[in-house]
Design a protein around this ligand. Structure first.
Ligand code: MSP
Length: 516
């Protein structure tokens, strides 16, 4: 049996509609999931919305709505957007789902019973935007590093989660599992945070201040702090504790998040799991921000890029590709429509699109669309020129995808595309076609170019599922019954059956003319 694969995105707040930042993370998760499908692993992909807390109440009030109907409406926007980007998840969880609420209550009660939750009075600096208390050294010039606003001093009695008790355990766990938080810079950030004493976490809000949340099972006057509620989605969605999906997928859990929520995922969450007697997740993959003009794209800064507009203007696969290609996973990237257009024109229209139409065009011209039978001696001569670099590309792609280096995996495919383009130029099939004594070479050249396109299409599936499927169906694969080519079939060379009749090429990516 193959290892199961479980991938999650953050569950997004429903205080504003989805933007490109959310779209990036969710596409990255979808790409990872589809890659593991190629490896024929059993996969589970979770995304959803985070619906409780102050933030949502404030946003709903701003629109003169009650939090529940406001949450319904915004959550629906996320569910409407994902299919447009070909994102196919197994569950869309909402923190207002009854099964989620039941698991949150169960875990709270359990941790309370075991003595890791206590009641105490607290005075602290609270950022409403982040919905959490800050200590002074975390602030930048007295302001919240994320919102640039001054936190308010709040004094109240609350319930606290004894995180401090688990600090040494977490340090040891991160030391024993150096791969847990990736890329390494974020692991180091968590470890450096853990060098200071860990404060206990305030996990309640009095109902006098907030009612939109999950009531504490042991005190009806309080609701649960939104992060304590939200993080649990990763296990409630799988039917914790008895669900088959939980048993199967949880040991393989991988979370993708951006660096804004490193602390809850790198510190609170493993400690919550430990306190509840649940194994830690396997990996946390942390990416940087999409910036616009060097500042973070965010709803509070009002500089968000609309994913609906991008999809309608440039198409699903072009955007999926661009986002994976232009962000080095872990670092920030700058978004501009100009760079997007350049990327589409150079990599998609030129390198990939031209290669596809050129090869299929020559194939139809010289062989009337019927895959030629290749002489074995000629195959042994010509084949390796494209099959050897194909193996190199597949290996590089596979090892980069396994560690979520989507950009590097993409580069590996484009290096191969460039090798194919060079091969067309040097093999010059149009010259061979003029010489009857070169018929066998021409057959081998075109046949192996078709094979190369098959490998490219196979590898592109996780990033560009529609494009990959179009390419594969033009190479004679039955994409009505198959969703993709498994990695084993991609690696096989030669694979195309001679004598097969293939349809004429279509333009994969038209060039985008820039209006002057
Ligand atoms: N609700 C919490 C997460 C709870 S998970 C148990 C939350 N929601 S959020 O709506 O603010 O989403 C934050 C996430 O959205 C980031 O971690 C990232 O995945 C994505 N992004 C939001 N803005 C982004 C950028 N500008 N760039 C890249 N990703 C961004 O935090």
């Amino acid at each position: 049996m193959t290892t199961p694969f479980y991938i999650t995105t953050p569950i997004y707040y429903v205080n504003a509609k989805p933007h490109l930042g959310h779209t990036y993370t969710t596409i990255a998760a979808d790409v990872a999931r589809r890659f593991y499908m190629l490896l024929e692993q059993d996969t589970f992909f979770l995304t959803g919305t985070d619906e409780h807390g102050d933030k949502i109440v404030k946003a709903a009030e701003g629109k003169n709505q009650d939090p529940s109907s406001y949450a319904n409406q915004i959550s629906q926007l996320f569910r409407d957007l994902w299919p447009k980007y070909n994102i196919s998840y197994d569950r869309f969880i909402r923190t207002t789902d009854p099964d989620h609420i039941a698991v949150v209550e169960k875990i709270l009660q359990q941790i309370y019973d075991s003595g890791d939750i206590y009641f105490s009075e607290y005075e602290g600096l609270y950022c409403y935007g982040c919905e959490r208390f800050y200590n002074r050294r975390e602030l930048v010039e007295g302001k919240c590093p994320d919102h640039g606003t001054e936190p308010e001093l709040i004094k109240e009695s609350n319930y606290f989660f004894r995180m401090s008790r688990y600090q040494d355990w977490l340090i040891q766990h991160l030391t024993d599992h150096p791969e847990m938080i990736q890329p390494e810079r974020y692991r180091n950030e968590v470890l450096s945070f853990l060098r200071e004493p860990l404060e206990d976490l305030c996990i309640s809000r009095p109902k006098t201040r907030l009612t939109w949340g999950i009531t504490l099972p042991f005190d009806p006057d309080y609701v649960t702090y939104v992060w304590f509620d939200a993080l649990i989605n990763y296990i409630s969605a799988l039917g914790y504790p008895e669900g088959e999906d939980f048993k199967k997928f949880w040991p393989q859990a991988r979370h993708i998040v951006a660096k804004d929520i490193l602390k809850p995922h790198g510190i609170y969450w493993p400690i919550m799991l430990k306190a509840a007697g649940i194994d830690a997740y396997k990996h946390l993959y942390v990416h940087g921000y999409w910036n616009v003009d060097e500042s973070k794209m965010s709803k509070s800064l009002g500089n968000v890029i609309d994913p609906y507009y991008l999809q309608e203007t440039y198409g699903t696969d072009a955007i999926r590709f661009f986002l994976m290609r232009d962000m080095t996973f872990g670092l920030d990237a700058n978004f501009s429509e100009e760079t997007l257009i350049q990327r589409i024109n150079s990599d998609l229209a030129n390198d990939l699109g031209n290669l596809f139409s050129r090869v299929l065009g020559m194939f139809h011209k010289y062989f009337k669309g019927v895959v030629p039978e290749v002489d074995a001696v000629m195959q042994a001569k010509v084949g390796p020129e494209l099959s050897v670099p194909a193996q190199t590309a597949i290996n590089a792609y596979q090892s980069e995808m396994e560690v979520f280096h989507f950009h590097k995996a993409t580069v590996a495919v484009w290096e191969y595309i460039s090798c194919m383009n060079k091969f067309v130029d040097t093999a010059a099939p149009w010259e061979l076609a003029k010489r009857p004594d070169e018929k066998q070479r021409l057959e081998a050249v075109i046949y192996n170019l078709l094979e190369g396109l098959r490998v490219i299409a196979g590898l592109l599936y996780p990033m560009m599922p529609d494009t990959a499927r179009t390419m594969l169906s033009h190479l004679g694969f039955d994409m009505e019954t198959n969703e993709y080519l498994p990695i084993g079939a991609i690696k096989q060379w030669p694979a195309l059956a001679s004598g097969a009749k293939l349809p004429k090429a279509i333009s994969l990516f038209p060039r985008i003319e820039v209006k002057k």
